[in-house]
Design a protein around this ligand. Structure first.
Ligand SMILES: O=C(O)CCC(=O)C(=O)O
Ligand SMILES: [Fe+2]
Length: 310
């Protein structure tokens, strides 16, 4: 595997001056489509407890995990899938990670959970929903900052995706198996939503970004920081000015790795098209009008390896 190049990825302190934050976000979005955030308000133990509970879940035996099987979308959008059941790069090979997909639910709600929770890891629900609620608060802040970086009203994105009102966000607990040599464990892709908040296991370098003119670049975990990468929906809204970066996961020789992406998406019925501020005679709209739901479905269907359940 070729050596990855290196490039400076912005690290944005969310307690710094707002104008400086907006400028840094804008520059990051126009160039690499990805940045780190620090001082984001989520305590480190919330991050580490969520990763630990996720690891406990994946250490259950296959039979217990398979009982939480996720039916193919659109029947279900939550549940468990073993490795080699998705392929985000249609030209690539099946992705190696196993995953438990969750949607937001209120920690205090007694009934009505759509999520599939294992009985054997009692603290999984508490630990993941605790992180989920913090991450949705961060998403609300980022929706306003990214709209500001686009030069638009602060509530422009919030109006199409209020992550606490709608249920279009998804969280994926992921485990990549240990390897005896470096392998591509999740193929090249861009994310489908507005942006993704990625929590990576500390100390394990694996995520790679395709940087123009530079090539594949590792995005290593930084203790306490979260990775924010833009998705296709924000790129469409800015007529391609903000980049939805191509990335992949290379599992290095060594033990298993855990990561937890939270996909923040526009509500399914929102019609996505470039906002007028980004359309000019020199840069006509590059995208056809489609609803956010249709676009996500197109991409999900393309990346789904046919159900392998017996
Ligand atoms: O595991 C990671 O670091 C990234 C996962 C990812 O790109 C995805 O789930 O879309
Ligand atoms: Fe991704």
């Amino acid at each position: 595997m070729p050596n990855a190049a290196s490039i400076e990825i912005p690290i944005i302190d969310l307690t710094s001056n707002t104008d400086a934050i907006l400028q840094k976000i804008r520059r990051a979005c126009e160039t690499v489509g990805l940045f780190y955030v620090t001082k984001h308000g989520i305590p480190e133990e919330v991050l580490s407890r969520c990763l630990a509970a996720s690891a406990d879940f994946f250490s259950l035996n296959d039979e217990t995990k398979l009982a939480l099987w996720q039916e193919d979308p659109p029947v279900s959008h939550v549940g468990y899938r073993p490795g080699r059941n998705s392929q985000v790069d249609p030209q690539g090979t099946p992705d190696l990670m196993e995953g438990l997909i969750l949607q937001w639910e209120d920690l205090n709600a007694e009934a009505g959970s759509q999520n599939k929770w294992p009985v054997n890891v009692p603290n999984l629900r508490q630990a993941t929903l605790h992180y989920y609620s913090h991450a949705l608060e961060l998403a609300t802040v980022l929706l306003q900052l990214i709209a500001g970086a686009m030069g638009l009203e602060e509530d422009f994105l919030l109006k199409m995706a209020s992550p606490t009102r709608n249920n279009s966000s998804r969280m994926r607990l992921l485990r990549y198996p240990g390897q005896s040599r470096d392998v591509i464990a999740a193929g090249s892709h861009s994310d489908f939503g507005l942006f993704t908040i990625l929590l990576q296991q500390p100390g394990m370098e694996a995520l790679q970004l395709a940087v123009p003119k530079t090539g594949w670049t590792f995005i290593p975990p930084i203790p306490g920081a979260l990775v924010i990468n833009l998705g296709d929906q924000t790129s469409i809204l800015t007529n391609g000015v903000f980049r939805s970066p191509i990335h992949r996961v290379v599992s290095r020789r060594g033990p298993e790795r855990h990561s937890i992406p939270l996909f923040v998406m526009a509500d399914a019925d929102v019609v996505l098209q470039p906002t007028p501020a980004f359309v000019t005679p020199e840069r006509p709209s590059q995208y056809e009008m489609k609803s956010a739901g249709e676009r996500v479905n197109d991409r999900t269907n393309a990346s789904w390896v046919q159900s392998r359940r017996a």
